[in-house]
Design a protein. Structure first.
Length: 187
């Protein structure tokens, strides 16, 4: 069974707005390493559209720093599953996921492979509620912004976590990895 990993960039005050992070080469290299631990990406519609707009090749030469290109090439070629009830179709190496979210994601997790990687705000909240996330990575940027979407806002239950890794990246950014503590008898 392949694990479902969630990685999200946040500020010290918990804001998950991708526009307020501190992008640098180390952060993008770390994301590539996360991609290498996955066979596919699992996105909601908003994250899919945002990532496609920002990273789909070809991109005009010189439109982003050279150090972003390995990330762009990697995400461009990866398999993507898109959870959406409103999109009619997707491309960019993507497949729509419809119907019961829990059932669909459990099916994807049962497939052989290294793992699935998700990001964003809304879809991960639903996945956390269903207990489907096997690893949480919170990439904390040393910035306070005072606004924006908050990490897993609206979660209806506690999820107790156990730390499994800590990596210092560039610009004072720290990637913290956790896995859910399992209750006796849980798998």
């Amino acid at each position: 069974m392949r694990p479902l990993r969630y990685s999200v960039n946040i500020t010290l005050d918990g804001c998950c707005d991708h526009r307020v992070g501190i992008p640098d080469e180390a952060l993008h290299q770390h994301a590539i390493e996360n991609f290498d631990r996955a066979d596919a990406l699992l996105f909601g519609r908003v994250t899919y559209e945002m990532m496609e707009a920002g990273w789909r090749h070809p991109d005009p030469s010189g439109s982003r720093p050279d150090w972003m290109e390995p990330f762009a090439r990697k995400i461009d070629t990866m398999k993507k599953y898109v959870v959406s009830s409103t999109l009619e179709r997707v491309d960019w190496n993507s497949e729509l996921v419809r119907g019961d979210l829990g059932e669909a994601v459990r099916r994807l997790k049962r497939e052989p492979g290294k793992g699935l990687l998700t990001g964003g705000v809304t879809l991960p909240l639903a996945l956390a509620e269903l207990g489907l996330i096997d690893e949480y990575e919170i990439v904390v940027h040393p910035r306070i912004v005072g606004h924006g979407p908050k990490l897993l806002a609206g979660l209806t239950k506690y999820i107790d976590l156990r730390p499994i890794d800590r990596t210092e990246l560039g610009s004072g950014t720290i990637a913290l990895r956790y896995e859910p503590k399992r209750q006796a008898g849980e798998t």
